[in-house]
Unconditional design. Sequence first.
Length: 238
Amino acid sequence: MKTVSILDIPITLMENSELQRLCDAFLQERACHHIVTANAEYLVAAHRDLVFRNLIQRAALATADGSGLIFAARFLGYRASLADRVTGVTLTTMLLHEAEKRSLPTCIILKHNSITAPEKLSDVLHAQFPKLLFKVLREPVSTVDLQGFRPVILFAALGAPDQDFLIDSLKTSLPDLRIAVGVGGTFDFISGTIIRAPGFLRAVGIEWAWRLAQEPKRIGRIIRAVVVFPYIVMRSKL
């Protein structure tokens, strides 16, 4: 496990076994640990928005969700491999297993217009994690409802930067919260609403092409990730 700096953002590179140990430690501590699952779009947004950049810098952990961050780390002179990625699906699945095993109340907040309906996601989670104590909500959420449920783990699936600003606003009002993660479209994959890229595309770091084929309207986001981000990183080294 090592931390690298990409566009003034500390990104922790780690393998899954190291992630498991770190999350175990977070669950033992009496504090909320904000985990950022960063990708190229995140860093472009943070490069342009000082408030968002400061928020990520304050987080307990920022992982390399996208392969673009691994390639950027290599370009900047760090030793990094795709095995150091922590995808939102990997982190979320690991935390759901832990929550089920430890009987930890878990809350999932979906975007108001999420393509995955809360009812569908609830059905999938009941089938995959039958003993999991969870609640699926759509934004806007009531702090009072959250306080009544007393989540220990919280997933905000709103996309960046909204999900991270939401976590930052909630963490002081939820005293039982130990881990809060912004997970973007992770639950669209877990629910089966969107089919994840085949393993061989993920292995070489070009799953973005699969997403673009499925959702052509993402073209603007893809350009920010595969054109704008590399350009900014290259300029930062001059």
